[in-house]
Design a protein around this ligand. Structure first.
Ligand SMILES: [Zn+2]
Ligand SMILES: [Zn+2]
Length: 224
């Protein structure tokens, strides 16, 4: 599959690499599209998006990869998600990700629901114990749900896949790479999806979903 990874972190938050090195390593690992979505709360959204966007512009000019600037709203109170997602979009984020209710962190309950209800949120990372109702809203609002390749966050992948399938919500695989051992290859991405219980057709649909998100992002960028 064409590998699109919308979930990575640089040393602008808690990753090991600069945006440029991250993109280089992702490219060598077989990635065609990479979204840089560093952790953020209310402070620093504009600065972060501006800095990541400058590096994305640089690599997009010189390398055969499509790098996209984003942020992952992380551990922000659910009541603030809509406002901060709009701030990130206005700051130039190509898309907005939200750090979902992973099983391995005390993410505030209500985060998944606030994310899938928000028209400015594109991608709900590691949604942990997502409910059928939340998945239904995600499907209606075209919020993509993540199958995570990250240790810990991946523990609910089987549940996420089952609930998303029943609700016809769209799934994507994300590396959540923070360092050298976190990168996906196209082969490993398919294995992670298969490990979540997806069959070959469903894995192919995940590839189509990534393309859908990419088209949405390109249209958004073209309108600016
Ligand atoms: Zn992180
Ligand atoms: Zn996260």
């Amino acid at each position: 599959m064409k590998l699109c990874d919308f979930h990575t972190h640089t040393f602008y938050s808690d990753g090991d690499f600069s945006p440029v090195e991250l993109v280089r390593r992702a490219m060598v690992s077989g990635c065609s599209v990479i979204g840089i979505a560093d952790h953020v709360g209310a402070g620093g959204i504009e600065r972060l998006v501006r800095e990541i966007a400058a590096d994305c512009e640089l690599v997009n000019k010189h390398w055969d990869i499509e790098a996209l600037p984003s942020v992952e709203l992380t551990h922000v109170p659910p009541g603030a998600i809509a406002e901060l997602a709009a701030t990130a979009k206005a700051a130039g984020a190509a898309y907005v990700a939200v750090h979902g209710e992973t099983l391995v962190e005390p993410v505030e309950p209500g985060t998944n629901l606030a994310a899938v209800r928000c028209r400015d949120v594109d991608y709900l990372c590691h949604p942990g114990p997502i409910t059928p109702e939340e998945a239904k809203i995600a499907a209606e609002n075209d919020v993509f749900l993540e199958i995570s390749a990250r240790r810990g966050h991946c523990l609910s992948n089987g549940h996420v896949a089952r609930i998303a399938r029943a609700a016809s919500a769209r799934l994507l695989v994300g590396s959540d790479a923070h360092g050298g051992d976190g990168f996906l290859t196209p082969e490993f991405a398919e294995q992670v999806l298969a490990g979540a219980g997806l069959d070959a057709d469903e894995i192919a649909v995940c590839g189509e979903n990534a393309e859908l998100l990419l088209q949405r992002i390109r249209a958004r960028i073209a309108q600016r």
